[in-house]
Design a protein around this ligand. Structure first.
Ligand code: ADP
Length: 389
């Protein structure tokens, strides 16, 4: 089933929207009756069904009302897939605010903002809304055909993405169980003392590959979950002095097999007091960035530091790896995006930095990168701190 909502303060316009879909249903059943009379034999019936038949239309005359309907439908098996939102809807919230709240509620919904030619702040609207690839502007006056095509194409796009995400999620979860068995038996064998050095080496390889696979599967699951449910931030008070040392100790293992690379911590200016942030998710960001630095750096050092920068708490990871081409510095934060060249031939799915970006966006923070090819990279994550801290 396909669900679509129209939010507009003018009743007449809402009725017209709904009529587009109702007319299609009526005409399709009329056509079928005609066809029934014309073709006597069952097998000669035209198989082509009307694609607009499956649509269920909701309407709301104010933004808040529309948001409530979307919220309610989100609890069902089939959430609303497209919201057509009028830009101006006095006396309530305008289209921009409405779209922002809908996006916060459902990161996957396709939004079409319907505007008059006189609305000039479209650029501003698109800058303020997340998920630009799920946002369209439709200028008034529009053609019925435009609404039909948008409804068909956007619901197909939405459903295809859902199928893809469900597939990734199901496969990843199915792989988890056999992998846990492999890791369990690897651990048993690894603890065995009566083994030759050759056997130890092979067992070590099994363990390394299984752990790599576990990391990839976890990244896939995390990325799909963030997309489906959004990123929920749960802040807690973190003592930075202890936190940084804990992180540094736990990440040291990434460099154990890489004697040419030193993992360092810059202990100058380390803030020691308590700060409020989501410890688990910020740790995930630092792990991903340091994990990349360890993966791509073959000689030199990777240095972790943390400083307070005005209203921000900044964690920085500087490496002496291959660097990233300037024109790809934005690209690497996209899903499944990886630099393709001889320095970037390590395993990975291209999801780690997109996860970092999602977490930092949800934290109202930033992730920045500077890099020079052949010299190294500097990644930093900035967490906003409140005035009492
Ligand atoms: P993955 O590491 O799994 O490929 P990421 O999203 O974490 O995925 O990173 C995307 C790409 O960005 C990497 O494939 C790599 O090309 C580039 N990259 C990230 N960090 C570094 C780094 N420290 N040095 C060089 N290239 C990097």
């Amino acid at each position: 089933m396909k669900k679509i909502i129209f939010i507009d303060d003018e009743k007449e316009i809402l009725n017209n929207y709904v009529r587009i879909f109702e007319t299609s249903k009526e005409s399709s059943s009329e056509l079928r009756e005609l066809a029934d009379g014309f073709f006597e034999l069952e097998e000669y019936r035209p198989a082509k069904s009307n694609p607009l038949q499956d649509f269920t239309c909701f309407t709301a005359s104010q933004g808040e009302e529309g948001i409530e309907i979307i919220r309610k439908e989100l609890q069902t098996e089939t959430p609303i897939q497209i919201a057509f939102i009028d830009m101006r809807m006095p006396p309530g919230i305008d289209g921009k605010e409405c779209a922002k709240r809908i996006r916060a509620l459902d990161p996957n919904i396709e939004i079409v903002i319907v505007t008059a030619y006189s609305d000039s702040n479209l650029e501003e609207v698109s800058c303020e809304l997340d998920a630009q690839d799920k946002l369209l502007f439709l200028k008034k006056p529009f053609d019925i055909q435009e609404i039909r095509q948008l409804a068909l194409n956007l619901t197909t796009k939405y459903n295809n993405e859902r199928i893809k995400d469900d597939f990734i999620s199901n496969v990843s979860h199915e792989l988890k169980t056999p992998l846990a068995t492999i890791l369990g038996f690897y651990q048993l064998l690894d603890d065995e003392t009566n083994l030759s050095s050759e056997q130890k080496e092979y067992i070590g390889l099994i363990g390394k590959s299984a752990k790599l696979m576990q990391g990839l599967i976890n990244e896939l699951i995390c990325s799909v979950e963030f997309k489906k449910q959004g990123v929920e931030i749960e802040k807690n008070q973190v003592n930075l002095g202890h936190y940084i040392k804990r992180i540094y100790r736990s990440l040291g293992v990434l460099f154990e097999n890489n004697p040419e690379v030193e993992f360092l911590i810059d202990s100058n200016n380390l803030p020691t007091q308590n700060y409020s942030f989501d410890e688990l998710k910020i740790t995930q960001c630092i792990n991903n960035i340091v994990g990349n630095a360890a993966k791509f750096t073959t000689k030199g050092s990777v240095k972790l530091s943390c400083t307070r920068l005005g209203k921000w708490l900044e964690f920085t990871i500087v490496d002496t790896g291959p660097g990233i081409p300037r024109e790809q510095l934005d690209f690497i934060f996209g899903k499944f995006n990886r630099v393709e060249n001889k320095h970037h031939q390590t395993p990975g799915l291209g999801l780690g930095l997109s996860v970092v970006k999602s977490i930092m966006d949800a934290h109202n923070g930033k992730v920045l990168v500077e890099s020079e090819e052949g010299v190294g990279s500097r990644f930093s994550i900035l967490i906003p701190i409140n005035s009492q801290e």
